[in-house]
Design a protein around this ligand. Structure first.
Ligand code: NAD
Ligand code: UD1
Length: 368
């Protein structure tokens, strides 16, 4: 039987050293790890599995036909990170690990500040100690607060941000900017994602549902699956095409290629630069519901309710800086995002299954 180790000898790495991916078992991280492996990078993943499971990485290895190294570890734990940096020649870190639910962050802010901010600072200290000065940070359009200009560009003012989750993103960005200003060995790319959605076109990896979703696409998906009776549309009286809120949805595989483009850019020693990752095209909530309905061939019931506090009418990205400087262009449109999302949820209605002990052992052996 062909094993992943056998396959990997056919598809070997074309890059020296390792890229450490924190939070690599999660939604965006797993799609990015796949893209990294396909592009020939050597990858070490650190994830505490607080919002993920091993199965995503087992599937990523199979899709890529190349192995990765995995550590079930917490970025808050310096004593776990140090041996990983000692063992691998880590030249860059893609830092996804974070808690990410806006609503939850207002209920347990301390957990969010501790995990996201302290975890990041801890990671940066270990990176500095080992001379690993290249970082790509998962930021968010949320750092713009109520944007001055639409589409939002990177020169727009930042904040104020109203929820603890968003504040952690802004704070970490500030910390990275200060680190880069103080020491020119640091190179940082801050990727501000707009509204990630979709799944890998294979339908094999995607976003693992947990709890009641805050975000539109995961909520619509659960209505399609019959878990909720209808989509509550937060406001039908905005000054938009049909009165519902407009956002810039971006396919998770486009985000993955954005990270690879950012890694290439780090090699040119850019200092600290922020890039928006979005398509520049906005869709309303009703347009999203219609597109998802086309993709799954089902009617999706909805009701228009009152506005959600903190929401604004339109947020879209000006991503021309990423186009020009990273050579990155998103290639997926809305219909493909919905079709890929539907393929994932239709083939994995409960998300990832619990991995077998055998599968977990295979993953652990990869890191031995
Ligand atoms: P996710 O929850 O699927 O992935 C985050 C991963 O980090 C999970 O696998 C989780 O187990 C891991 N993790 C959390 N805390 C950790 C810790 N202390 N140590 C080790 N691992 C830890 O989320 P995602 O949607 O893939 O988001 C990835 C990143 O992108 C996050 O930083 C998030 O804030 C950011 N982001 C996400 C969105 C979005 O809509 N999904 C939008 C903008 C920015
Ligand atoms: C939200 C967060 C933002 C975070 C981003 C990605 C808020 C105020 N903003 O942004 O900080 O970075 O998610 O995690 O929470 N909608 C409905 N019904 C729903 C859900 C959403 O009508 O059940 C609407 C919203 O009003 C909005 C659009 O759908 O117009 C998209 O909402 P959402 O997916 O939550 O993303 P953002 O509001 O852009």
């Amino acid at each position: 039987m062909e094993t992943l180790e056998n396959k990997s000898s056919k598809k070997s790495s074309s890059h020296e050293g390792y890229v450490l991916v924190t939070g690599g078992a999660g939604y965006i991280g797993s799609h990015t790890v796949l893209e990294l492996l396909i592009c020939g990078y050597n990858v070490v993943v650190v994830d505490n599995l607080s919002n993920a499971c091993e199965e995503s990485l087992i599937r990523v290895q199979t899709l890529a036909g190349r192995p990765l190294k995995f550590y079930h570890a917490n970025i808050l734990d310096e004593q776990t990170l140090i041996p990983i940096f000692e063992k691998y020649n880590i030249w860059a870190v893609l830092h996804f690990a974070a808690l990410k639910a806006v609503g939850e962050s207002t209920k347990i802010p301390l957990d969010y500040y501790w995990n996201n901010v302290t975890g990041s600072l801890n990671l940066f200290r270990v990176m500095e100690r080992f001379g690993a000065y290249n970082i790509v940070f998962s930021s968010s359009a949320t750092v713009y607060g109520q944007p001055d200009i639409i589409p939002v560009n990177e020169k727009c003012s930042l904040g104020p941000v109203t929820n603890p989750y968003g504040k952690t993103k802004l704070f970490i960005e500030e910390a990275i900017r200060d680190m880069c200003a103080a020491n020119n060995k640091w190179n940082a790319i801050l990727l501000r994602y707009f509204n990630p959605t979709g799944a890998h076109p294979s339908g094999v990896i995607g976003e693992n549902p947990r709890g009641i979703p805050n975000n539109l696409m995961p909520y619509v998906s659960q209505v399609v699956q019959g878990r909720f009776p209808f989509v509550k549309i937060f406001g039908g009286d905005y000054d938009t095409v049909d009165g519902t809120g407009v956002r810039d949805y971006i396919h998770v595989c486009d985000l993955a290629t954005g990270h690879v483009a950012a890694l290439r850019k780090l090699k040119t020693k850019p200092g600290c630069v922020a890039y928006n990752l979005g398509t520049g095209v906005g869709y309303s909530v009703l347009e999203i519901i219609k597109a998802m309905s086309r993709a799954c061939g089902k009617e999706i019931p909805y009701q228009i309710t009152k506005r959600r506090p903190g929401d604004i009418a339109v947020v879209t990205a000006d991503a021309r800086l990423a186009n020009a400087e990273l050579g990155w262009y998103p290639k997926y449109g809305l219909d493909q995002m919905c079709q890929d999302l539907w393929r994932w949820i239709d083939s994995n209605p409960l998300g990832y299954p619990e991995s077998s002990n055998e599968a977990k052992q295979i993953l652990q052996q990869m890191s031995a």
